[in-house]
Design a protein around this ligand. Sequence first.
Ligand code: FDA
Length: 400
Amino acid sequence: MQVDVAVIGAGAAGMMCAATAAQRGKRVVLIDHAEKLAEKIRISGGGRCNFTNINAGPANFLSENPHFAKSALSRFTPHDFLALVKKYRIAFHEKHKGQLFCDDSAEQIINMLRAECDNGGVQWRMPSKVQSVQQNAAGFHLQTEHGDIHAAAVVIATGGLSIPKIGATDFGYRVAKQFGLKLVDPRPALVPLTFDENEWKPFVPLAGVSLEVDVETGSLKGRNATGARFREDLLFTHRGLSGPAILQISSFWQPNTPIVINLLPELDLAQTLIEGKSTIKKQLGNVLSQYLPSRLAEGLLQAHGYAHDARIADMPDAKLRKLGELINRWTITPNGSEGYRKAEVTRGGVDTKELSQQSMMVNKVPGLYFIGETVDVTGWLGGYNFQWAWASGVAAGLAI
Ligand code: FDA
């Protein structure tokens, strides 16, 4: 088979790229090894696909080069994707902080992208494994389990390593290495964090408790700050912490460093307790339960060795200050994460220095492109990763 473009990986970025190139008149083949099309879109957003974030901008992405994503993101914006969603009459709603979800099902986004590919006459090779990608004088020669493909250009859109059980592989990184490209070390991101089993034991009974917190990690100061702070919901689990707050901070967290959680972001607890000593006659447990879910209040007092029935009026200021610190600046060091099994995305990937930010083409290998999650561009939680998949897919699709 002879084509202009072979796109490997029929996920979010691959379908967008294939449709864009095919609608410009290119002969495009889209190859994927999975039995079922776009499983990650199907399971995304709890089955409703948080398909973009209306506020998405370069500041919502992590990369060794924070400027790299600017060009693609500005040329295909959340409004452009929304226009497509509206064209297909897919009902949607805004849930939280600009996150747009389908009212009904993520399946509608898959059908829309499939229809866009079909409109351009994209040829499908699925399920089909790609055995090798070789460059030659005419472009590229792909060996697949269903025959050879000769293509002038190849787009690698095989995504990251998260959720191997639905088909994630390191194919993109292997091709990058084969062509001598640098990789930024891949690691799980948007992932629950875990703690040493013994250290976590006192908090195990809190599994299931959820509340809004501030969470931060790393340095927040200066122009080159590497840390971050988020206000989102936190969820206690049997092995550690999860919920949007933790998924967000996990992308910034560095091993062997702490995260700091403010369990009562709207209240200075120590000051409130100390100032109220003369008027607050109640027991510590009852007072804390006014501000926090009572299971959490009780659990935290127990875990930190405070008696539920201690009378606030009798407690030394220093002890109240210590308690305030434990609630307003709970500082804990994760021992790791739940890994690729649970991670929503992979941080790192093909070093952006190797790619053109306009076209996603490899600078030193004309005709070879990397898009979507294979590239070292990782979005926050909240529709940003799909926006990168669409935008980088369109950038390559228009350039090929
Ligand atoms: P994607 O993973 O979509 O596609 C890669 C494709 O390549 C797959 O079809 C795979 O089968 C194929 N492939 C892999 N190896 C191959 C090989 N060797 N040969 C052939 N084909 C191969 N983001 C967001 O913005 N909003 C959301 O709501 C969510 N929700 C969400 C939930 C869960 C549970 C997860 C795991 C992830 C999300 N995400 C998300 C992240 C989002 O799904 C992800 O960033 C994009 O799907 C990345 O798009 P890509 O096209 O790069 O990879």
